[in-house]
Design a protein around this ligand. Structure first.
Ligand code: NAD
Length: 702
């Protein structure tokens, strides 16, 4: 039984029990509907309490069901039965009441919550408009402006704030069942009657345009390129202006439309893709849990310090090692400053900071590796240096520990060969800042064992990162696509005389937070040059390959830090300004390489940057360097700023249609943009068969 019906004196209890998070499926709805009907029919029952077993109230709708179509009984019907019940219906919340879960609670007549409970409407993150009355009931309970904020923000609020807003009636003790029953008792004693939310019209007032704009402004970053917020406004307006039934019908229609929108399809694609990448074909979850008690990070530079913080944040005792005492000290200071800034921003308490800091010990010796479960090296990008270090670490570490390298350009297979146990050597490619960025490329070397991969996935999970297993090729997945695709094209367009600001504006309009030239200047143009120089030792590229960037590096025009790069910068100001000297420099460089200036439209800028990603992505799939097209989408949406609402490059290509992608790639080649504009064989084959990358993934999964 998903919903247990119990009698506690004159109060009935409907206890939802659908582990792990009480996601709402047809059986949950049927159980609630039945409970409402029984409570209504039985004269001995005076009130009905709805609570959940386990760690949380209903955490939301079962998304698989949303994908395949909602079964009977539907949400609206079930919630109407609760609201229409002639006896007081009380929701007792704990854990997280999200989306459909909160909609159930709002259809009840009264609500109480444990102090730690959180409530939210996260549907916008999936491009969905709530469809179970949420946009109609929420404004009735907390007013339209607060409702708009909650629906647009998507993140949950805590019990205290919910009480303030009158979303709930009481904050109670810890036990949702006992507290819910007690609250029902108090209500009955006070003579409380059913209080249908749809009848609460006192707080309804028109939603003003300035309020709407202010809300959009506050969330400008997450709303960029999005459209769900406009549906939310429409639906709330219906709540404030139209009768209940009409509002509910409009919400249902808008909600159904939202599910079919490209935006929602893309967002749900990424949501499922992120879950999927933890499932690696051929790799079973470890039979025996692997505990990471102690970790060692070698190299206290930019990456090492970030990784150490990520480990400490996850509760892992960490030793940060650098051979230079001064570098170690600098690294430790960076960590302390970083945590202090978090305290200042109110993200953590001073006490929490002390704990986090104490968890990271510093050392100039490698001794701590002797009893580490996990060692991650993040020293200079130098093959010989890393090989020597890995060999020493391998000799020190317990046989059963995992040895990882954070290299971004060296061959993991070659690195691992320096050790006695290449099976336990793996790449953990973190992204900067490593304590913040969610992506972790897990690089499988030629000899890396399945156990090591499974353990690396455990590391990702523990650090709350999205681990994507990739093969040991040129730049792995993300950097290869960036260097051979997106940024290569941006560089080439500069050489063809396109103004940097036009390229950036076009890509920002596509949905990237920052265009490639501004990113290049911000990261330091020399960084890319250095990575490429390592990679180019492994593979050849034509003379025009990133020639603008590499020539800038040679001139010391390294970007923001030098006051000059692709753009110029005033001292103390990060605003990227056009530099006439840059245009002259590019003209000369182009002449030297025999590259003629070209007129490139904004659409072509986007097409070249994005289709180059798709084309290389197709090669990567064919080379089995990524397991799934959806894994590539995860890499690009979580690590490289590809707009999530476009679903990642491969999903985006599917929405265009692969035959169109192929013909556009051919056309770009014919227009004289270089030899590399040839459709990948795997892409051509899919297009020929009328298939998509999603089909590729489906066939693999079989
Ligand atoms: P960094 O120059 O900031 O720091 C490297 C640190 O390693 C220095 O403090 C140095 O003293 C120390 N070191 C060098 N040799 C050592 C040894 N034998 N034993 C102990 N300590 C030693 O470098 P970084 O930017 O943090 O990069 C580190 C690694 O991470 C490189 O492999 C790099 O390719 C990779 N990586 C960097 C980025 C990035 O954005 N910076 C992103 C992903 C991966």
């Amino acid at each position: 039984m998903t919903v247990v019906f119990e009698r506690h004196g004159d109060v009935a209890l409907a206890l939802v029990d659908r582990p792990p998070v009480n996601a709402i499926d047809p059986s949950v709805r049927a159980g609630l509907l039945d409970a409402a009907q029984r409570a209504a029919a039985d004269p001995a029952i005076l009130a009905l309490v709805i609570a959940c077993r386990g760690r949380t109230f209903c955490s939301g709708a079962d998304l698989e069901e949303l994908n395949s179509g909602v079964q009977s009984p539907g949400y609206v019907e079930t919630l109407a039965a609760l609201e229409d019940c002639p006896k007081p219906v009380i929701a007792s919340l704990h854990g997280t009441a999200l989306g459909g879960g909160l909609e159930i609670a709002m259809a009840c007549h009264y609500r109480c919550a444990t102090p730690g409970a959180r409530m939210g409407m996260p549907e916008i993150t999936l491009g969905i408009l709530p469809g179970a009355g949420g946009t109609q009931r929420l404004p009735r309970l907390i007013g339209p402006a607060a409702a708009l904020e909650m629906l647009v923000q998507g993140a949950p609020i805590d019990a205290a704030r919910a009480r303030e807003l009158q979303l709930i009636d009481e904050v109670v003790g810890e036990d949702p069942v006992a507290e819910g029953l007690a609250f029902a008792g108090r209500l009955l004693a006070a003579g409380a009657k059913p209080r249908p939310t749809r009848e609460l019209t006192a707080r309804l007032r028109p939603l003003g345009e300035p309020e709407i704009q202010a809300t959009f402004e506050r969330h400008a970053r997450s709303l960029k390129g999005r459209s769900t917020q406009h549906l939310i406004v429409k639906s709330i307006r219906a709540a404030t202006e139209k009768p209940w039934g009409e509002g509910l019908r409009l919400e249902a229609k808008l909600s159904a439309d939202s599910l079919l929108s490209p935006e929602s399809r893309a967002l749900r694609h990424v949501f499922f893709a992120e879950r999927e990448c933890a499932r690696v074909p051929g790799i079973e979850p470890a039979a025996r849990p692997w505990e990471i008690r102690r970790a060692v990070v070698v190299g206290a530079g930019t990456m090492g310090t970030g990784i150490a913080m990520a480990l400490s944040d996850a509760g892992i005792e960490t030793t940060l090692v650098d051979r230079e005492a001064a570098a170690l000290e600098r690294g430790q200071r960076m960590i302390a400053d970083n945590y202090a800034a978090s305290v200042q921003r109110g993200r953590i308490t001073t006490e929490a900071m002390q704990v986090l800091l104490q968890r990271i010990r510093g050392s100039v010796e490698l001794d701590a590796a002797r009893d580490a479960d996990l060692v991650i090296e993040a020293v200079f990008e130098d093959m010989q240096l890393k090989r020597t270090l890995l060999q020493r670490l391998d000799a020190l570490m317990p046989e059963d520990a995992l040895l990882a390298s954070n290299t971004s350009s060296l061959s993991l297979t070659t690195l691992a060969q320096a050790t006695q146990h290449p099976g336990r050597v793996i790449g953990l490619h973190f992204f900067s800042p490593a304590n913040i960025m969610r992506l972790l490329e897990i690089v499988r070397g030629g000899a890396t064992s399945n156990q090591s991969i499974s353990r690396a996935l455990t590391v990702a999970k523990k650090l709350r990162k999205i681990g994507v297993v990739v093969g040991d090729g040129f730049g792995f997945v993300g950097n290869r696509m960036m260097l051979d695709g997106y940024f290569r094209e941006a560089d080439l367009m500069l050489l063809q005389g396109v103004a940097p600001a036009r390229i950036d504006a076009a890509m920002e309009a596509f949905g990237f937070a920052m265009g490639p030239n501004r990113v290049n200047d911000m990261a330091g143009i020399d960084v890319g040059t250095r990575v490429r120089s390592e990679l180019l030792k492994r593979e050849q590229r034509p003379a025009t390959y990133h020639v603008v960037s590499d020539s800038l590096t040679a001139l010391g025009r390294l970007g923001q830090k030098a006051g000059r790069g692709i753009y110029r910068y005033e001292p103390g100001n990060r605003a990227a300004l056009e530099d006439p000297e840059f245009a002259d420099f590019v003209r000369e460089l182009a002449a030297r390489h025999g590259v003629a200036p070209r007129q490139v439209s904004d659409e072509e800028i986007q097409r070249r940057c994005v289709l180059s990603l798709v084309n290389i992505g197709a090669d990567i799939l064919a080379e089995r360097l990524a397991y799934r097209a959806s894994d590539i989408d995860v890499v690009w949406t979580s690590g490289y700023g590809f707009p999530r609402w476009r679903g990642g490059p491969m999903h985006y290509a599917d929405t265009l249609g692969l035959d169109r992608v192929v013909s556009q790639i051919r056309a770009l080649g014919e227009a004289g943009n270089g030899e590399h504009w040839r459709p990948a064989a795997s892409l051509e084959a899919l297009a020929r068969e009328g298939k998509s990358f999603a089909d590729w993934d489906r066939e693999l999964a079989r």
